[in-house]
Design a protein around this ligand. Structure first.
Ligand code: GAR
Length: 195
């Protein structure tokens, strides 16, 4: 019988990386493994909720505004993740700083749109583009309670070419994300993949 592997995907906004992960992994077979995505968001208005519904996937919503402290929100998130018992927890556009309540209990990976350790934080694409560097990039790293600072798992470079605008560079970054994140997820789960 096929072994079922659950991938919890945490998101806060548009959800294009969530959708990409759904396309690659939701109800997909890799040899004897059947993968499944469980979407989780901290924002009841996140665009990704509607995207996931197109694939028949209901998102779990834990609204951070309903909690008095970061720690209380993190505790609720940890409790939910533990009931799901996923094989991998992936943050794809999950815009929350996490406390040790979360990071001491859950091993998770995060996607970040820069060549870490450069350009941490919420404006990484713009800061990379305006840095004067000839390359930006995308990183996947382990999550710690220090923002965008855990051990780097994998990275790719994205060239900043003379004709690039912030918009064209942003599109290139997203294309790089749509390739790097699924590959990293598959590798971490030990799946044989050909994408
Ligand atoms: C992605 O570019 C991701 O790398 C970034 O948010 C975007 C989410 O887009 N994450 C961070 O900046 C984390 N510091 P999406 O909602 O369309 O997947």
């Amino acid at each position: 019988m096929a072994k079922s592997l659950k991938i919890a995907v945490l998101f806060s906004g548009r959800g294009s990386n969530l959708e990409n992960l759904i396309r690659h992994f939701h109800k997909k077979r890799f040899d004897d493994n059947l993968t499944e995505i469980v979407p989780i968001t901290n924002r009841p208005d996140a665009g990704g909720i509607k995207l996931a519904l197109r694939y028949g996937l209901e998102s779990i919503v834990i609204d951070h505004k309903k909690f008095d402290t970061r720690e209380d929100f993190d505790a609720a998130l940890v409790k939910k993740i533990k009931t799901i018992s996923p094989d991998l927890v992936v943050m794809a556009g999950f815009m929350r700083i996490l406390t040790p309540v979360f990071t001491s209990q859950i091993k998770a990976i995060n996607l970040h749109p820069s060549l870490l350790p450069l350009f941490k934080g919420a404006n990484a694409i713009e800061e990379s583009f305006e840095s004067g560097m000839k390359v930006g990039g995308v990183s996947v790293h382990y999550v710690t309670s220090e923002l965008d600072s855990g051990e780097i798992i994998d990275q790719v470079c994205v060239k900043i070419e003379p004709g690039d605008t912030l918009q064209s560079f942003t599109e290139k970054i997203h294309r790089a994300e749509y390739s790097l994140l699924p590959k990293t997820v598959a590798e971490l789960l030990g799946l044989r993949f050909n994408f």
